[in-house]
Design a binder for this molecule. Structure first.
Ligand code: HEC
Length: 147
């Protein structure tokens, strides 16, 4: 039980190994912020200028599956199990993880698309692949996986 934080019943049951297998359990490692502490406050202040209309989400989907090839790693279903052979280290994020969705603000996701996640296969996509406006549409699509 060492290091087992009793933040919630679910956490406790997870620690005890009693939480039923197959439920979406957030890996605490995944919830840790990816934006460095010195930049996170600024990143969190960036707001998505585009509303989550079906049209805008659809635009984001086209980039995600098309020119930005996000789905090769994050999967068509956003579960992070794409099929790049030999991908080692940290796994691509599972966007259907509701705890992860709740742990991140939109600006942190934009920061990742600008800078990548250091030491992982997640590289930067702005501006080489996506403009900032396009990236905001992709973020709307990423958010739709959590609904
Ligand atoms: C080559 C494989 C690969 C591709 C292509 C890729 N990703 Fe990732 N992505 C990853 C990996 C690996 C991680 C996990 C990094 C980590 O844990 O820090 C990740 C993490 C993320 C995260 C989560 C960062 C966080 O704060 O937790 C976001 C958002 C993301 N990717 C968006 C995208 C988008 C949008 C695209 C397409 C423009 C894309 N990724 C393309 C591999 C990829």
């Amino acid at each position: 039980m060492m290091g087992c934080k009793m933040r919630s019943l679910r956490f406790l049951l997870l620690c005890l190994g009693l939480w039923p297998l197959g439920s979406e359990a957030a890996d605490p490692e995944v919830l840790k912020p990816r934006v460095p502490p010195a930049q996170i406050e600024e990143a969190r202040s960036w707001k998505n200028p585009f509303p989550a209309t079906p049209d805008n989400i659809q635009k984001g989907k086209i980039f995600f599956h098309g020119k930005a090839y996000c789905m090769t790693c994050h999967g068509k279903d956003g579960k992070g199990l794409g099929d790049i052979p030999g991908l080692t280290g940290k796994l691509p994020r599972n966007f259907t993880d509701k705890d992860w969705q709740a742990a991140r603000m939109d600006g942190e996701l934009l920061w990742i698309l600008k800078n990548g996640s250091s030491g992982t296969a997640m590289v930067s996509f702005i501006p080489q692949v996506l403009t900032e406006d396009e990236a905001w549409h992709v973020i709307l699509y990423i958010r739709s996986f959590g609904k």
